[in-house]
Design a protein around this ligand. Structure first.
Ligand code: DX5
Ligand code: ZN
Length: 278
């Protein structure tokens, strides 16, 4: 029996715009206004400069991912992580379409911005990220990380992000080879190499990331680029030394920090292992 005729079935959906916090309106519709605080001061780039100084002075840093934290006490979790020595925080925005899971969006990023003193990396795992970058910049991202796999015009989106203030980082999933990212390295402030399939915390580390980090580090010195290298997924005391030795500087750790009883002990131990491997 055939499927009943449903509106939109079999046709591509129209672009789904994100709320544009800067202009206080939805693209195309004023009906559902989401009042969001905006954060333009201090400029996002300035916060990143502090992080860059830490990297240069101390070597690789661990960015705790909030994904598995207690969202019922979000401000307290942010405070605990920062007092534990986190140099920056990593926020996983998932839309339930680009990846299966739905996490949180602008309202939560903005709330973390208010609670946090350190820079925020916002990792957008969403379809059509180019429609959201302005809103996330104004919600307080210092680094905006977009997936190559979700972009129609990576160069333009990276340039747009940079013009909005945040550092523009490009993420690649485990199945994406380095030659796909190479044409955009000149407009990347950073590359985030995924060492798990994006979408869930607590997965096992995929060693494919090690070769990619080494390749990217070699390309960077050959080309004279200055993008930062990050890695995300499956980081633990067992794996952090290898990613740091391969060139990772911004090392995202979710479960290894959040599932520990003592955030300071976990961050310190991970960073010591990373720094001693460089
Ligand atoms: C996965 C996310 C990661 C995740 C990391 O899609 O991008 O940031 O939170 O979690 P762990 O460190 O547990 O793999
Ligand atoms: Zn992430």
């Amino acid at each position: 029996m055939g499927r009943p005729d449903l509106p939109g079935v079999g046709t591509s959906p129209p672009p789904r715009p994100c709320y544009n916090a800067g202009h206080g309106s939805w693209h195309g519709s004023q009906r559902h206004k989401l009042l969001l605080r905006t954060h333009v001061n201090p400029p996002a780039g300035q916060a990143f400069d502090q992080l860059a100084a830490t990297l240069d002075a101390r070597g690789p840093v661990v960015l705790p991912a909030l994904l598995l934290c207690d969202f019922g006490h979000l401000a307290r979790e942010v405070e605990r992580l920062e007092s534990a020595g986190a140099a920056a925080l990593h926020l996983d925005v998932m839309d339930g379409r680009f990846v299966p899971q739905l996490t949180y969006g602008l309202v939560v990023v903005e709330a973390v911005r208010r609670a946090a003193k350190r820079p925020l990396e916002v990792h957008l795992m969403v379809e059509q990220p180019e429609t959201c970058v302005e809103a996330y910049a104004q919600a307080g991202a210092d680094i905006l990380t977009v997936h190559l796999e979700g972009l129609t015009d990576p160069r333009q989106t990276l340039k747009t992000i940079a013009s909005l203030g945040p550092r523009a980082h490009l993420a690649i999933s485990p199945g994406t080879p380095i030659d796909r990212i190479e044409p955009y390295l000149d407009v990347c402030d950073g590359v985030l190499v995924m060492s798990v399939e994006p979408g869930f915390g607590g997965q096992a580390f995929n060693p494919v990331a090690l070769a990619k980090l080494s390749q990217l580090a070699a390309l960077r010195s050959q080309r004279g680029d200055s993008f930062r290298l990050g890695v995300d997924g499956g980081i633990s005391t067992e794996t952090i030394g290898a990613v740091a030795a391969a060139g990772a500087e911004l090392i995202v750790a979710g479960s290894a920090v959040i599932r520990s009883h003592d955030y300071a002990k976990a961050i310190t131990e991970l960073e010591q292992l990373a720094r001693s491997a460089v």
